[in-house]
Design a protein around this ligand. Structure first.
Ligand SMILES: [Zn+2]
Length: 86
């Protein structure tokens, strides 16, 4: 009789563990990728995309800093500068 009670207790505990695992899965971590909003963003002068300072490729020209989404845009930008008549 006691053995049956122990089994029931074990089953109950197992049931509780499974239940908390399942309900934990349902809870979505919804505030995770909102961090980027707080970061300062800069506009890529080549393609017009906004890039965060951390992800941006930084190019310097005439003491000014320019932020690009990729090296390709940085190269394009410097190419345009080269062709510009000064
Ligand atoms: Zn770009």
């Amino acid at each position: 009789m006691i053995r049956l009670l122990v089994w029931m207790l074990l089953i109950y505990i197992g049931y509780r563990i499974i239940k908390t695992m399942v309900s934990g899965k349902d809870r979505r971590p919804d505030v995770v990728h909102d961090k980027t909003e707080a970061e300062p963003t800069h506009r890529d002068p080549v393609c017009g995309v906004y890039v965060s300072e951390r992800d941006a490729v930084v190019g310097r020209h005439d003491g000014q800093r320019h932020y690009f989404c990729s090296m390709a845009c940085l190269e394009k930008f410097s190419e345009q500068l080269d062709h510009k008549p000064t």
